[in-house]
Design a protein around this ligand. Structure first.
Ligand SMILES: [Zn+2]
Length: 541
């Protein structure tokens, strides 16, 4: 059989972890015919075969970002949906940008500012309603801090959502009040939910524009598939249905593997879940369920076995009732459904491993591709349990880079437990299948930072070249394998995706540089020059 297209390069990485070689990949229709050196490719090249030679650029399987909140990420990175304030150094600078955004977007129902780092402001506090009112009082303004723990709203926004001095604090959040008992316009944690449903419910066409832009951007980075995990963090009725409708219309060239709300097993039968998320004829597929067991380390909501080093009065706590999570995991397993759980603290991780172990005892080895998300602090005795039970650890090394910058993890857990953090190398050596992703939009969707973090464990400016616990570094081949085959395996789709092998779907990217030979700083600049999904060009530089 002759190929339609052969993509050649001096650096072909197949995704299985071995080093790149000179050769190429031959494609017929949506499928890979073969991958190998020139001699191997020759019989597949006929007079009508298009042969493209990419020189020293890196040819590899399409990148599979296993953990995204793609719907919200698309909105919060769309400059027509909100204004990014991450680099502002004062309230005045931020509000000036918010005003310019408001003027440029007269039809936006909400004026939304995101990613404020108020700690780097001259006065390091989130603004009150009165401060915002002085600039914008006739339209609702809502501002989000970068880690989504503190929020500001102006008076118009509070009136719109009916917030008064009598509004009770939502569970898990606080409406800050002044000495007279009036809301100040500052909201913490889950109190933001008062606004979120309205803010993240734009007109459908506006949402579609955001999705379309983000898919194109992901394609331009070599991403061909994403895991889209619960929650979506948007209020559209069923954003996956929007993805599917757009996919059918050719406006959403991306494979999405959904992990929907685990707690739906409490109220829905498996058949009802499958029907709700069944979008035949599209690349949007339901794959399993996802929930949380704890929070994050930075605000001491990750659930630890021992107290925090910088807050000895707490070990954190479970974010969801552990018994509820356990029951839901067992029910999912009973029905043959794969489960992914966010677990950051060592107690959270052990609890979930125990739950999976119980499921294994009850239902036997089912071969379900369960995953634990984040795995920030893992006790050594728990490490071998992943491989033994076939549970894939998901890592997002950009989170590690963020904590590395101000030694947040070191401060929170102390030196002994810091050494157990983000154990990528130890996991690989234990035999576990690690997979990589971004957790977009907690950080950007760019794979370069995740790869850089996994391989070098040093700051982006190279200022700590000896690395942070460098014994947990992994090789470039291991990192790229984790971002392709590893993610595919963790999501149970490795029969179709994740490597350049005969019979697999032609999801391929050509990166603009060879990551195996370029300097660390250059890894951070990587982009795709050609991205194919099922043999079709979805991006070309
Ligand atoms: Zn997440």
């Amino acid at each position: 059989m002759l190929a339609d297209l052969v993509i050649k390069s001096n650096a072909v990485f197949t995704g299985d972890g071995s080093l790149p070689f000179a050769g190429g990949v031959a494609i017929k229709g949506d499928t890979i015919l073969t991958c190998g050196n020139d001699l191997h490719l020759a019989p597949f090249i006929g007079p009508d075969t298009e042969v493209r030679d990419y020189g020293d650029k890196l040819v590899m399987p399409g990148i599979i970002d296993s953990h995204t909140h793609f719907a919200q990420g698309s909105m919060t990175t769309d400059p027509n949906f909100c204004v990014n304030l991450i680099d502002c150094t004062s309230f005045e600078q931020a509000i000036e940008r918010v005003c310019a955004f408001a003027d440029a977007h007269p039809d936006n129902e909400w004026i939304l500012g995101v990613q404020i780092i108020q700690f780097q402001w001259e006065v390091p506090e989130m603004p009150t309603a009165a401060m915002i009112d002085a600039y914008i009082s006739d339209r609702p303004v809502f501002l989000q801090q970068v880690d989504l723990h503190t929020f500001s709203a102006n008076t118009c926004a509070m009136q719109k959502m009916g917030v008064t001095r009598d509004t009770p604090d939502p569970s898990g959040g606080k409406i800050l009040k002044d000495e007279n008992g009036e809301p100040t316009g500052v909201f913490s944690n889950n109190a933001a939910s008062i606004f979120m449903d309205s803010v993240y419910n734009p007109p459908i066409e506006r949402a579609m524009e955001s999705f379309e832009k983000t898919v194109h951007y992901a394609n331009s980075l070599g991403i061909t598939s994403v895991g889209a995990v619960n929650p979506t963090f948007v209020s559209l009725e069923n954003p996956y249905k929007v993805f599917a409708d757009m996919n059918r219309a050719g406006r959403f060239p991306l494979r999405v593997f959904m992990y929907t709300d685990l707690f739906e097993v409490e109220t829905m039968t498996p058949d009802e879940i499958f029907a709700k998320y069944d979008f035949p004829g599209t690349t949007i597929e339901w794959n399993g369920l996802k929930q949380f067991i704890d929070g994050v380390c930075s605000d001491h909501t990750a659930w630890m076995l021992e107290p925090y080093s910088n807050k000895p009065e707490t070990c954190g706590e479970a974010a969801e009732e552990p018994e509820r999570v356990r029951a839901a995991i067992l029910k999912a397993c009973e029905n043959g459904m794969a489960v992914r759980i966010h677990a950051i603290g060592d107690r959270a991780i052990r609890t979930i491993l125990d739950d999976f172990e119980e499921a294994e005892k009850l239902y036997g080895k089912q071969g379900l591709r369960h995953s634990i998300e984040h795995n920030e602090t893992v006790q050594p005795e728990d490490l071998p349990r992943y491989a033994r039970m076939g549970i894939a650890p998901a890592f997002q090394p950009w989170h590690m880079l963020l904590d590395m910058a101000d030694l947040a993890k070191d401060d929170a857990v102390g030196p002994e437990r810091a050494a157990l953090s983000w154990p990528l190398r130890s996991m690989i050596e234990s035999g576990a299948n690690i997979h990589l992703g971004s957790d977009f939009p907690v950080v950007g969707i760019e794979p370069c930072e995740e790869i850089y973090g996994a391989v070098y464990r040093m700051l982006e400016d190279g200022s700590n070249p000896e690395g942070w616990f460098p014994e947990e570094r992994i090789t470039m081949a291991e990192a790229l394998k984790a971002y392709t085959y590893g993610s595919a395996y963790a999501m149970g789709i490795e029969d179709r995706f994740g490597t350049l092998a005969a019979g697999k779907k032609a999801d391929i990217c050509v990166l603009d540089r060879n990551l195996f030979t370029c300097a660390p700083a250059e890894v951070l600049e990587m982009k795709s020059v050609l991205t194919l999904i099922g043999g079709e060009v979805v991006f070309e530089a």
